[in-house]
Design a protein around this ligand. Sequence first.
Ligand SMILES: [Zn+2]
Length: 393
Amino acid sequence: MRRGIAGGLSGVMLAGMLTAGAWAAPAAKPTVSEQPTQAMSSIQNFYDVPEDAYYAAAAYWAVGKGMVSGAGERLFEPDALCTNAQVVTMLWRGMGSPEPVGANPFSDVPAGTYYEKAALWAYEAGLVSGTEFYGEQPCSRGSIVTMLWKLAGQPAAQGQAGADWNLLLVNAWNAVPQNFSVTLAPIQGCQYSIDARCADALNQMLTDCWAAGYSPLVCSGYRTQQTQEWLFSQAVDKWMARGLSRADAEQTAARSTAVPGTSEHQMGLAADIIDIHYPELNEKQATRPTQQWLMEHCWEYGFILRYPEDKSELTGIIYEPWHYRYVGVEAAQAIREQGLCLEEYLQWRAQYQSAVAWAWEKGVTASATVEGFAPQATCTRAQLVTFLHHALT
Ligand SMILES: [Zn+2]
């Protein structure tokens, strides 16, 4: 089932979002239930909220706003984990408990449950999507700041870093940059070369593939503009010979041979790898044991199969079970685990980075970096009220 996203970046985070929905992976069931507010007539001190706790002001602010009640008799339970239902309920109350207007899209949000309206509102506001809500599962820190960022209108954060060299996107809609240059290194066992920064990884992958008993052969690596132009004109000629007009032939050719200036081979980050005993560039390549080993293990070396079978609409290129692209191990792992293509991965990554950067600029979190923010970590009540206090005041 296709699920929407509240935001995310790391492999773990994406795992939680894309397989379990907008949320982090399930963990132990929290003990705190967020029943409809029994607004405290007078705010009492919680036994378990020290006066000097970093979240003390936020906790009392949230209680005073009717967003959260204590966990019991004067207990706030600051270390309890927040479920998706609790987080969305607090957010909804913080926004004034707006009445949802649409039908319930979720199969797991029964009518009359305490978070029903909050879940529907979150769906209508674009904070969550899909057909399951996973209300009882813990909500990650990354999901929460992404929802807050969306509520704030997805403001662009300042000072965002440019794309990493290994994540540069080149496809039919994104040409190789004008002043692009690359330092090349040879690929073993062939006449081709690749970006020197990923040559060791590729050569190691080939060595290990051979050692496992298979027979990979690189049949293309870095290409110049001239080479790509020659390959493209060959492909166009082939289609024209079959009776297509030049315009139709160019359009058809572009589905399998990138238009010059838009090929990953021109970046030096791609290699076409075939089974030496089956030197054909067609879908049967995928059935070869050599190719299956590569598809299974390429992420370990930072490579992805760049044009998967079911992503042609997004990549612009047909299924190519031979074209491997270097993206680095972290991205390759996330892409593999979640069945994304590079276009999808970069979209979520950009969204998540904007959310974290915005959260830091707004003082919602003190963690400026992805690593420091621990997006995939579960969120305690203390952290949640702190986020909300900063974001909504
Ligand atoms: Zn290729």
